[in-house]
Write a protein that binds this ligand. Structure first.
Ligand code: DP6
Length: 324
């Protein structure tokens, strides 16, 4: 009863920021993303009668308590219930990128855990069911189950909310430059941040109302490989999500000075003919998308900028999969 899986993080063009149902972790609206190559989480799960309790190792360090362990245990409970087993599990997970630094480790983490734990427990799910299960761990993980370009669908009732692949990774060779502008874990996690926004921001409802049309626009832009159209909708969605969060009480500001500097640089470069657009999640790091022909210009945009600690360029990646 042992299995290992790999999954990649994803970056949303149309953001998920708000929940319809907290217990079942159903998003309040859809979202659209690209799964990323290069960054990866590798997770092994073993269910065994010899274990007294669940255990978790993250990047080689035992995690003995706290929210992360609790989230993993609750997730394992869902898998155990489906499998009809009671055995405890040993989970070992490694990221080749900083954990909880706003680089979407919960997306790749729960996608890999869902794939490995269901295999180890002998639960047979199709991709959509696996995605809906991964969603229970983290909303964005539902998208990382699939490779390439992915749409998260919520539906009328929301119960079956799951990812849906728009196109495979090789459909469109977009590049994503990730500029890290801070070190250490993010100060307010996404779950807490979105709940705070829903409770206290007068802009929350307007934000949620804006997501549906943006999802449609982003899906069309991807199907048509229309970079300009994707740039427009992605920056709009990112800024509206952050505007809703900033309008909370007290306001939630994930950006630092370098984040703002990079936004301006991307926009100035676009006016100068470089096809690039930015996206920012619940942290200060900036992701800049471009096509291969604009990669060198895009990299030079962030080079030498004060506060940029690390830069990496990745492309579209595959979905969560088992490995030996
Ligand atoms: C800003 O998937 O981390 O990255 O479901 O509470 O685990 P939970 O939230 P999470 O939120 C992701 C928020 C985001 C936008 C996005 O990826 O769509």
């Amino acid at each position: 009863m042992q299995a290992t899986a790999i999954a990649h993080p994803n970056i949303a063009f149309v953001k998920y920021w708000g929940k319809r149902n907290i217990d079942r972790n159903v998003p309040a609206a859809g979202s659209v993303s690209m799964t990323l190559d290069g960054l990866e989480t590798r997770t092994s799960v073993e269910f065994s009668e010899a274990l007294a309790a669940d255990s978790l190792q993250l990047d080689g360090e035992p995690v003995g308590s706290g929210e992360t362990l609790q989230r993993v245990e609750s997730f394992l409970d869902l898998v155990r219930r489906r499998a009809g087993i009671e055995r405890a599990a040993q989970v070992e997970t490694r990221n080749n990128f900083p954990t909880a630094g706003g680089l979407a480790s919960s997306a790749s983490g729960f996608a890999a855990l869902a794939r490995a734990a269901t295999e180890a427990a002998g639960v047979d799910l199709n991709e959509r069911e696996l995605s809906a299960l991964a969603r229970r761990g983290s909303g964005s993980a539902a998208r990382s189950v699939f490779g390439g370009f992915v749409r998260m669908e919520v539906g009328e009732e929301g119960e079956g909310a799951a990812g849906f692949q728009i196109a495979e990774a090789d459909y469109w060779d977009l590049r994503c430059l990730i500029a890290e502008t801070a070190e250490g874990p993010k100060r307010v996690g996404s779950t807490e941040g979105m709940l705070h926004t829903e409770r206290t921001s007068p802009y929350y409802d307007a934000w949620i109302d804006s997501v549906g049309p943006d999802v449609d626009d982003a899906v069309s832009a991807i199907r048509d490989r229309n970079f300009g159209a994707l740039a427009e909708v992605a920056e709009r969605s990112c800024l509206r999500m952050h505007a809703a969060a900033m309008g909370s009480d007290p306001g939630l500001l994930y950006w630092n000075g370098t984040t703002v500097e990079l936004i301006h640089r991307v926009r100035a470069a676009r006016e100068g003919g470089v096809d690039a657009f930015f996206s920012i999640d619940a942290g200060p790091h900036v992701k800049i998308f471009c096509e291969p022909s604009d990669e060198a210009d895009t990299v030079s945009l962030v080079e030498g900028v004060d506060g940029v600690n690390d830069v990496r360029v990745v492309g579209p990646g595959d979905g969560a999969r088992l490995v030996e």
